[in-house]
Design a protein around this ligand. Structure first.
Ligand SMILES: [Zn+2]
Ligand SMILES: [Zn+2]
Length: 145
């Protein structure tokens, strides 16, 4: 079952923060990968949007530097983790997430990934200076909203 909702590409995928102290491994990545334009993702990344890979908790582990992880819990209950040494954005957890999945910032991957993002989400909140030209489906809020 886990194999069915995961990509057919073979992991593991390895990633690390900018300074290299925090490293992680993801053994699978779910097929749905979206660019999120919400203001919180924009600020957390300091960028036009954030792109997260989603993996079941049991397929994700920290390889080093876990002690350096900073944790920011926003007013809406979402929790983001980052490297306290270099500031790299690393993970996102939705409010109420019981840890069943880990969403990690794809920009920190070191391993090549063939899989392509398939949507833009929260585009009602996108930066004015960011023009979406790749033809992917756009959702004003989340995929379900
Ligand atoms: Zn770092
Ligand atoms: Zn977002």
């Amino acid at each position: 079952m886990a194999a069915m909702d995961s990509t057919t590409e073979q992991g593991p995928w390895l990633g690390q923060c900018l300074c290299g102290a925090v490293r992680y491994q993801a053994d699978s990545i779910r097929p749905a990968v979206a660019h999120c334009h919400c203001s919180m993702c924009r600020k957390f990344h300091g960028a036009a949007f954030a792109t997260y890979g989603v993996t079941p908790q049991q397929d994700f582990r920290w390889l080093s530097g876990e002690i350096l992880l900073g944790r920011y819990r926003a007013a809406n209950g979402t929790i983001r983790q980052f490297c306290r040494n270099c500031g790299s954005s690393l993970t996102f957890a939705a409010s109420g997430c019981q840890g069943e999945v880990v969403e990690f910032a794809l920009g920190t991957l070191e391993t090549p990934l063939q899989q392509q993002p398939d949507a833009h989400i929260y585009t009602d909140y996108k930066a004015d200076w960011c023009e979406i030209t790749d033809g992917l489906p756009c959702f004003s809020e989340g995929r379900d909203g």
